[in-house]
Design a binder for this molecule. Structure first.
Ligand code: TZP
Ligand code: MG
Length: 211
């Protein structure tokens, strides 16, 4: 499935009502988010699936693919565009087998070795980070930009940078051969998610144009 990783919104619905969450999502999509990941660490399967279906309905209206974090079963049940797996989740090759060739399988890779393995097993894109400290993910080790760049050059699939990124610190990625950025807080916690998305998109586009 075709996708554009330029501005990848990873969601966090913690403490929000469905309406509140979906309204932020819609504003972010209006602002130019090109790919969405539903990332739910606290919800059980039924709740995760329910929110996945609601989220997909909004993403579909904007023709933006929805990726489900961690859970290939939820991705399949919701007919989402794909799944994102970390190093301690389902192996990429198993996710690929379950979802088939037409779906998107993304993987977290913090090193060149992990990146090449994920690529060999069939990953469509990689997420690498954390570039900056983040409160969104606990126990995250920082990835220097030099390593991010090595990961980008080590595989022929798109690589997105993640972790603590916002419009004020993204300049650190100038000259990096990334294909996009993934953010949670910079959009989900913004007072104006649409404007935040618009600014981030514009900045990533400049970085990509100079690649
Ligand atoms: N993986 C590495 S850092 C991170 C994930 C899921 C969280 C990014 O969230 P934020 O709020 O954009 O720092
Ligand atoms: Mg995971």
């Amino acid at each position: 499935m075709k996708f554009d990783p330029t501005l990848y919104l990873v969601t966090d619905s913690t403490g929000r009502t469905d309406d509140d969450f979906l309204s932020i999502l819609e504003k972010a999509l209006t602002g130019g988010v090109t790919l969405v990941q539903l990332r739910e660490k606290e919800r059980g399967g039924g709740e995760y699936l329910r929110l996945a279906r609601l989220t997909k309905a909004v993403c579909d209206r904007y023709r933006v693919p929805l990726i489900i974090d961690d859970r290939a079963d939820i991705a399949m049940a919701a007919d989402a565009a794909g799944v994102h797996v970390g190093q301690s989740d389902l192996p990429v090759c198993e996710a690929r087998k379950l979802l088939g060739e037409d779906k998107i399988v993304g993987a977290t890779a913090k090193t060149v070795e992990q990146a090449q393995k994920a690529y060999r097993e069939g990953a469509d894109y990689l997420g690498t980070g954390a570039i900056f400290p983040t409160t969104t993910k606990v126990k995250t080790v920082l990835t220097p930009v030099s390593r991010l760049n090595d990961v980008c050059r080590s595989v022929p699939i798109p690589v997105v940078a993640i972790g603590g990124l916002n419009a004020g610190n993204m300049d650190v990625l100038n000259g990096s051969p990334i294909d996009g950025i993934a953010v949670v807080s910079a959009i989900m916690k913004s007072a104006d998610p649409e404007a935040a998305a618009r600014e981030l998109f514009a900045r990533v586009r400049v970085i990509k144009e100079n690649n």
